[in-house]
Design a protein around this ligand. Structure first.
Ligand SMILES: C[S@@+](CC[C@H](N)C(=O)[O-])C[C@H]1O[C@@H](n2cnc3c(N)ncnc32)[C@H](O)[C@@H]1O
Length: 316
């Protein structure tokens, strides 16, 4: 295992507290601006206080102002304009519509354990039936995953030498950004996505199926991008054993997840997020290694990528 990307523990001052009080206001300002189409050049005429929001966006560096005109910066044009290929507007909308109201129940989630779908929206049933409660919700969720994924997948595909593998199946691969990054780096690699039937219908070329209940398509390399953090430990053990059984000797499993360490703030925020919306949590490299070895993998290696998710390669 490689050493973690920890940084020295932060010194807490009154400014830190003030900054954390402000932090959700900054997030919500960006969410509202995306929702109102500000970075798509819209200036909704029926808003009484649009100027106040636009000035706040200028103060955050999200817009610049010349005379009376507010314009995107190059970065907001890339990451917050809806039609940009690198847009993260989908994840912002998903954060505004779904995560923001659910996080209002963080104390209850901490007290009682368990996700907050029922408490926030009155939904019962398996978690992905909530993420995918309508075609539009599914599309919004996948657009959100895609924006984040494009930031990480090239780094995940480059984290290990995968040149010996011939056929990759990305389990729960969503829009296919990891399969695409793997194909780009290893042009000989045949890479396909396997995902739930509703998602497969949305993205042509995807193999439809359920990785818990259906047989896995043949491959010498499987990948799981931000999948394990969604599920309970029992389900993870079952899935890892199933993948191990499906692989030939020497076959691999590439995992893309945040690797938790005590000072990794974004990892801990994501772990709380997983508490609120899923059955799962984030884990350290050592915790993943324990699970992978218990499933039978002989060699486990992890890499910090510097991207929003890190990489683990396990070999049968
Ligand atoms: C958190 S998203 C991650 C998507 C993608 N791997 C990424 O990193 O952007 C979880 C994905 O797992 C898929 N999924 C959930 N349950 C599944 C199941 N039982 N079988 C196959 N795919 C599943 C979802 O449809 C979704 O695309």
């Amino acid at each position: 295992m490689q050493a973690s990307h920890s940084r020295p523990a932060a010194m807490i001052t009154s400014n830190t507290v003030l900054d954390l009080i402000d932090a959700f206001r900054r997030s919500k300002t960006m969410f509202a601006a995306v929702e109102l189409g500000i970075f798509d050049g819209k200036r909704p005429p029926d808003c009484k206080e649009l100027g106040r929001l636009l000035d706040a966006c200028v103060s955050l560096g999200l817009l610049h102002k010349t005379g009376d005109t507010y314009l995107n910066t190059p970065e907001t044009d890339k990451y917050l304009r809806s039609e940009s290929p690198d847009t993260m507007a989908g994840y912002v909308r998903y954060s505004n519509d779904v995560l923001y109201p659910m996080w209002a129940h963080l104390e209850d989630a901490v007290r009682e354990g368990g996700h907050r779908w029922q408490q926030t929206f009155g939904f019962e049933g398996p978690i992905f039936s909530h993420f995918f409660r309508s075609d539009e919700a599914m599309r919004e969720f996948q657009r959100g995953m895609h924006g984040f994924g494009r930031l990480s997948s090239p780094a995940v595909a480059a984290a290990f030498d995968l040149s010996r593998f011939r056929r990759l199946i990305d389990l729960g691969g969503g829009t296919g950004h990891l399969a695409e990054a793997a194909r780009e780096r290893y042009p000989h690699l045949e890479a396909q996505v396997f995902d739930l039937p509703g998602v497969a219908q949305m993205f042509p070329g995807t193999i439809a199926g359920d990785f818990f209940t259906d047989p896995l398509p043949e491959a010498d390399l499987y990948s799981l991008g931000r999948i394990l953090h969604d599920w309970s430990e029992d389900k993870i053990r079952m899935l890892l054993s199933k993948i191990h059984a499906a692989l030939p000797d020497g076959g691999g499993l590439l995992i893309a997840e945040k690797l938790l360490n005590p000072e990794y703030v974004s990892g801990h925020m994501q772990s709380l997020n997983m508490l609120i919306v899923t059955e799962g949590r984030e884990r350290s490299a050592a915790e993943y290694e324990t699970l992978l070895r218990a499933a039978g993998f002989a060699q486990v290696d992890s890499r910090h990528t510097g991207a929003p998710v890190d990489a683990i390669l396990a070999i049968k």
